[in-house]
Ligand binder design. Sequence first.
Ligand code: GLP
Length: 266
Amino acid sequence: MKLIITKHNLGLWAASYIRARWAAREKDPFVLGLPTGGTVVEMYAALSGLVKNGKMSFKNIVTFNMDEYVGLPPEHDQSYHYYMKHNLFDHVDIVPQNAHILNGQATDLHAECDAYEAAIKQAGGVDLFLGGVGRNGHLAFNEPGSSFDSRTRVMELTESTKQANSRFFGNDPTQVPSRALTVGIGTVLDSKELLFLASGESKAEAVARLTQGEVTQQWPITALKTHPRAALLADPAAASALTGPAKEQLEQALLRQPEEDVILTL
Ligand code: GLP
């Protein structure tokens, strides 16, 4: 996998990458896996801008979101349905039936998860899966300990994730739903290409795990290392805890060309 450290705006970087991959697509529809979270708000604003300026269209794009809280109605302002509607779908020309998000209010959650896996297959698999990273290294809502071949399922959230996400729930972790539906790590790894984003010091430990120690289920982020076309895009703060040879390579590259992106192959 590649670790890309950039001083540029992560959202603009990722949006322009998505546009390039969409423009070079080999088939229609182009299938995107999509995340939520603070890190990717600017990415969605940038994508909306590209569509507004006629540089991109979502008409031939099918999307699958990574996760959704169990029990929150779509109109709840912390549901991922709400997030996607307000950050992206209301601003682009996507065909509404092409935008898929797990239904955390389904009466049969397991059937909902199975149907989601089937819908991804039916769409021809995900071409490019975008993602964020949890402070504890989680991908989507795959908490530490999740198997790398896990599929879409119900996940019990850890205290650390509830604590991290409580900032969206009046800083009260007890208000954060205790369960979520999430695509599995195996579902993500099945995609043709992966681009994950990490910003800020709170993600530094998770990013550093990519450069130290082994691939382990205790750090779901390390699953990216098992994929042939995966990249993690990090800002300098998220890359501030690298150690050993990766740290040296980063420092040397920044001395040579301080404003250039640094690409480390891990
Ligand atoms: C939630 C989401 C994850 C996301 C993470 C990081 O837990 N389920 O998919 O990666 O938050 O969010 P943020 O970008 O706000 O740090």
